[in-house]
Ligand binder design. Structure first.
Ligand code: ADP
Ligand code: ZN
Length: 299
């Protein structure tokens, strides 16, 4: 029996798992993300308890994924100050002595959805999480896209909705970016009620779906993924998905017609096939890839 470590490293919590070679979760643990000197020893203890063959990490970012850089595998500028510039991959590699695969949390989730989830069998997809932040992982030709760094799709500019009572978003960098206007915290700030508690027929959802539709239409027009998968806490409100589809259709206004895309985008803009397990499953796939390479590079 072989064992693999999988880590979904988030800004608020760390999800750790040991999986077998079939991807079955044998052990799972969730711990709050505190400072590295507290959280790293806990994680290292978890992964040291069994002889893992490799570790895969889907991490919050931004991350340095440039293999030519001396800082490869380090966290970059993050508002989570104790983790700023933390050498995440190098520390795990040194302490565990196994190959370590690393990618962004959303690239890991996108990879899992493309290999095993909603987009199984497709060569490309976009996975978006709408939660505390908004992030997206892009798969093209079966692999996560790393360009200059990695996509930061949550920070694209969107047109403020005409009836938005808070047309300036909560992002400290951009007044009109998607994350600033449509993340969970932005909904809560705008309406004074959490996204979990806002009633279904509240005007909040017209505005929310209008912003997310701008992302979907924009993605279709820029890199044309074969499927768009929307996950994260806010998307737990199931009535949102049809609203987003309908507004995306309106924005596109008939411009994109393809036999593989139904008129209402019902099979094109979808919920994750792996439910809430996309991230940890993606981390497992990164571990498998790292083992195959025998090195410590990204997938
Ligand atoms: P994170 O992004 O921190 O990894 P989540 O995806 O759960 O975690 O995102 C948290 C945000 O999503 C919070 O702003 C919260 O209000 C919102 N959220 C979480 N669960 C739900 C839910 N069931 N319905 C609506 N909003 C939710
Ligand atoms: Zn922004």
């Amino acid at each position: 029996m072989k064992y693999y470590g999988a880590l979904e490293a988030g800004g608020t919590k760390m999800v750790l798992a040991i999986m077998d070679e079939n991807g079955k979760i044998l052990q799972k643990s969730t711990i709050p993300t505190k400072a590295p000197d507290e959280t790293m020893p806990e994680m290292l203890a978890f992964f040291s308890a069994r002889p893992i063959s490799a570790l895969g990490i889907g991490g919050f970012g931004p991350l340095n994924l440039d293999q030519g850089s001396a800082d490869y595998g380090c966290i970059m500028e993050t508002p989570k100050l104790p983790w700023r510039h933390y050498p995440l991959l190098p520390v795990f590699r040194e302490k565990l002595g196994v190959p370590v695969g690393l990618d962004t949390d959303v690239n890991a989730a996108a990879l899992a959805e493309a290999r095993l989830g909603a987009a199984k069998g497709k060569e490309s997809c976009l996975y978006v999480t709408v939660g505390t932040g908004i992030g997206g992982g892009v798969i093209i030709h079966g692999k996560p896209v790393h360009g200059l760094m990695h996509p930061e799709i949550g920070h694209i500019s969107v047109s403020p909705a005409p009836d938005d009572p808070m047309p300036r978003g909560v992002c400290p960098y951009h007044p009109h970016c998607l994350e600033g206007l449509a993340s969970g915290p932005s909904i809560e700030k705008r309406w004074g009620v959490s996204a979990r508690e806002l009633p279904e027929h509240h005007p909040a959802w017209e505005i929310e779906s209008a912003y997310l539709a701008q992302l979907c239409a924009g993605a279709m027009l820029t890199f044309s993924p074969e499927m768009i998968i929307l996950g994260g806490g806010v998307m737990q409100r199931k009535f949102l998905l049809p609203m987003i589809r309908q507004k995306t259709v309106s924005l596109l206004n008939g411009y994109i017609a393809h036999p593989a895309v139904d008129d209402g985008l019902n099979h094109y803009i979808v919920a994750p096939g792996l439910d809430t397990q996309s991230g940890i499953t993606g981390a497992y796939l990164l571990a498998r890839e790292a083992e195959q390479r025998g090195g410590n590079r990204r997938g």
